[in-house]
Design a protein around this ligand. Sequence first.
Ligand code: ADP
Ligand code: ASP
Ligand code: MG
Length: 434
Amino acid sequence: MKFGGTSVGSPDRMKALIPLINDPDRKIVVLSAMSGTTNSLVEIANLLYADNINDASSKNEELRAKYHNVVEELLSEEVYKKEGHELIDSHFEYIRNFTLRVFTKLQEKAILAQGELISTSLLHLLLKERGIKSVLIPALCFMRIDKDGEPDAFYIKENIRRELKKYTSETLIITQGFICRNAYGEIDNLKRGGSDFTASLIGAAVKASEIQIWTDINGFHNNDPRYVENTKVIREISFDEAAELAYFGAKILHPSSVNPARENNIQVRLKNTMEPDDPGTLITSESVLLDYKAVAAKDGISVLRIRSDRMLMAYGFLRKVFEIFEAYRTPIDMITTSEVAVSITIDNPEFIDQIAKDLKELGAVEIEKDLSIICVVGDFRTERTGSAPEIFEALNMIPLKMISYGGSPNSLSLLIDTSNKIQALRMLSKHLFN
Ligand code: ADP
Ligand code: ASP
Ligand code: MG
């Protein structure tokens, strides 16, 4: 059971978790940092990178004061409050120490880990005060990524199982989402929103009967509720469909979090902590096909267009193109080709200039930035007729820069300017779902 930032976002919300986790079923509870905390920690880290010690210190003290208030409201008895205040001070003294030293990526990762370390300790303390038995197993004892930043499934499985063996009679186990160690044993993390990923990695490692992601909305909606009104919850969705939507921007799930569940065929349930009786969304290996099921959008996309007469009737050309992306460890999202040109999108622009420079050896190169991929999930099996006209009808006022169809039986993707994204999502909602 993973509870996200808003689900632990205030003392009241934390107290409201108790009835959800306090039953005889053995479970592992994964917590995010309280909402806003990781953003504040990122700000502190950025100030320290900029050598702005004063602002970093005052931001740190501001956050410390906020947490002392949380302790006052969360706990009732003096002994537990005292323990809570000491805990908060130890974390913020730890962060304060970084203002006195050279600041590097290593320190940044250590600072970012504090949010989850605090939220789990606070819940553990609250349960102790209420007389509810729980164990806190530190994620840093078992969660690990390898040299490529990918989770080390074998290490995770061996180590969490060893930890769990110490507590075979306990039913309520708490741990941190998001944080991990890297191949060198240093503190690291699974990237922003990574607590969902923690939950599914743990679920897979312990062969859980179900992975539950508790958040602030009653499941997967058919469009992005941040931009579109009247979105509707989808009750059942397949791993493939959910993975596609998460990858293409549906913030409710971290993009990598479907994989471990799918590989181990463990169902995932998305639930709303504010409405725990609502059934939410169930993600399994099967689901009913619908013409159109949902839409999501991913920003920060750049396209590289390579044009070369050498491509005409040639073989091996694309290999040379792909090798350049591989050399810069830059994954490709979308690709379309014609006989003499190929367009490729990426979401990590870090090496875009170097990639373009190398591609120029192969042909003329053009770059365009500030783009979004719109992903429509539905029934796009290639033997079907009649799928997709509503999509083009909906978007007939919006320039389409690339279309990807036939790559997957359950999705169609389009590339547009980010400035047209909200309009595109709204028009798709109107034409596909209402
Ligand atoms: P948590 O802190 O619990 O991890 P997130 O903010 O990461 O929560 O994810 C939940 C949010 O995702 C929702 O409040 C909603 O605004 C946003 N969201 C974006 N797309 C979707 C979608 N298709 N379905 C549901 N929620 C979505
Ligand atoms: N606290 C982390 C973040 O804000 C991880 C998470 O919430 O999933 O990104
Ligand atoms: Mg999240």
